[in-house]
Design a protein around this ligand. Structure first.
Ligand code: PMP
Length: 447
């Protein structure tokens, strides 16, 4: 056994990982090139989950490597607390150009969860700063995921991640997510209308105490890759406007081309008051995130120091120059290589390839928006009966995929397929073939 594998078991405690599982199936990555990762034993894998949903142009992309090196010759880091830096300014200008025009201010952070914490704190303080002290609560959706910090889990609703921390969390209103696959009607329009009606009820009753609603952009990621029915997100926006509630759209997973648009809100022309972005922002290189707001929100924090309007948030590495330089290079490649146009074509290709999966005995549903896909494994595809939790069919299937040379992480029994956006058609096809073979081998052998 390779010494790094042994040492990984001795010294590390990995995130979102039961270490007893890890000990049985350890994996230590040594290098990456394009859409491939290579482990310390020299085995190469397709990066089928974009190194957790963030890689865009592949690993070791020359232009991003060079941009980081060039920045390193100037400075690696200086604080953003009370002092700006050049890459952070240039990136902010670019982000404002890239996002819908009503968003005018960029607040940096280091992770998606922190971008969400900031969004929540800004929304909360915004109402205080304009004298509406009663508006303190948040509305979120069942099955939602917004990160793992205490504020983010307070607006999250995935039992396995969140229940244990309940005593630590603040309470938020939970409106039902329009989950088509498990609804008796299976009709997206009915599911949408019911969900909007339920949301309206919460808003009508409690709007005076609600600061903001937070939703993921068009597709619930960690909750199992559930796409919102058409018109739902627009409906949420309209209700927020009607009841004077701020709309926070969390595009940490969906931003930067993942769903086939630069940002998922573009699918329905939704204009959030606050937008959170992370993951794809640096092309999967460095930990940068951002929370964008309107000028109206920004102005509510502007004033004399003694007015107590200041937003007191910021970390040691906020606005790191290397990260901002990587993000700028990432966005330049998007533009130069006209990646958005290619993603649309690739998404159509993937949809065609995945269509045949629904014929497999244990595939219940195939869900996709752009290059964000989930394949739900079930015991019975006619009744939608899930596998017993303890059977861990999703986990076992991804282990089979690993044997066959492709990495991903399941969400329960949903197999995640989130390839780097720059994957070629041949690479997409090869990954889909591995996934299909692994599903058949694992579910039909044991299912
Ligand atoms: N929001 C959403 C919608 C996410 O999918 C995630 C991560 N999967 C987060 C927030 C948290 O991001 P991070 O892991 O960078 O903290």
């Amino acid at each position: 056994m390779n010494e790094w594998i042994e040492k990984s078991k001795t010294y590390l405690w990995l995130p979102f990982t039961q270490m007893k599982d890890y000990e049985q199936h350890p994996l230590v990555i040594e290098s990456g090139e394009g859409i491939f990762l290579t482990d310390v034993n020299g085995k190469t894998y397709y990066d089928g989950y974009s190194s957790l949903w963030l890689n865009v142009h592949g690993h070791r992309k020359k232009e991003i490597d060079d941009a980081i090196r060039t920045q390193l010759e100037r400075i690696a880091h200086s604080t953003l607390l009370g002092a700006a830096n050049v890459p952070a300014i240039a990136l902010a200008e670019k982000l404002i150009e890239w996002t819908p025009s009503h968003l005018t201010r960029v607040f940096y952070s280091d992770s998606g969860a922190e971008a969400v914490e900031i969004a929540l704190k800004i929304a909360f303080q915004y109402w205080r700063n304009i004298g509406e002290d009663k508006k303190q609560k948040f509305v979120t959706l069942t099955n939602g995921y917004h990160g793992d910090t205490v504020g983010a889990i307070s607006v999250g609703a995935i039992d396995i991640f969140h229940t244990v921390y309940e005593p630590l969390m603040f309470t938020s209103y939970k409106a039902p997510f329009p989950l088509v696959y498990r609804h008796p009607s299976n009709d997206p329009n009915i599911v949408r209308d019911e969900a909007l009606e339920a949301l309206q009820k919460i808003f009508a009753e409690h709007h005076e105490e609600i600061a903001a609603m937070i939703v993921e952009g068009m597709i619930q990621g960690a909750g199992g890759m559930h796409v919102m029915p058409p018109g739902y997100l627009k409906g949420v926006e309209q209700l927020c406007r009607k009841y004077n509630i701020l709309l926070i759209v969390d595009e940490v997973a969906t931003g930067f081309g993942r769903t086939g648009k630069r940002f998922a809100i573009e699918h329905e022309g939704v204009k959030p008051d606050i937008l959170t972005v992370a993951k794809g922002i640096t092309g999967g290189y460095l930990p940068i995130a951002a929370t964008l707001t309107t000028e109206t929100i920004y102005e509510a924090f502007y004033g004399d120091y003694t007015e107590f309007k200041t937003f007191f948030h910021g970390h040691s590495y906020t606005g790191n120059q290397l990260g901002c330089a990587a993000a700028l290079a990432n966005i330049e490649i998007f533009e130069r290589e006209r990646l958005m146009e290619q993603i649309e074509k690739k998404a159509v290709f993937v949809a065609e390839q995945l269509a045949s999966f629904t014929e497999l005995d244990h595939v219940g549903d195939v869900r996709q928006l752009g290059l964000m896909c989930g394949i739900e494994l079930v015991r019975d595809r006619h009744t939608h009966e899930p596998y017993p939790w303890a059977e861990r069919m999703g986990y076992k299937t991804t282990l089979t995929m690993r044997e066959k040379g492709m990495l991903t992480r399941p969400l329960g029994d949903v197999i995640v397929f989130m390839p780097p956006l720059a994957s070629t058609f041949e690479q997409l096809e090869a990954m889909i073939t591995i996934m299909r073979d692994a599903i058949i081998e694992t579910t039909e052998k044991r299912g």
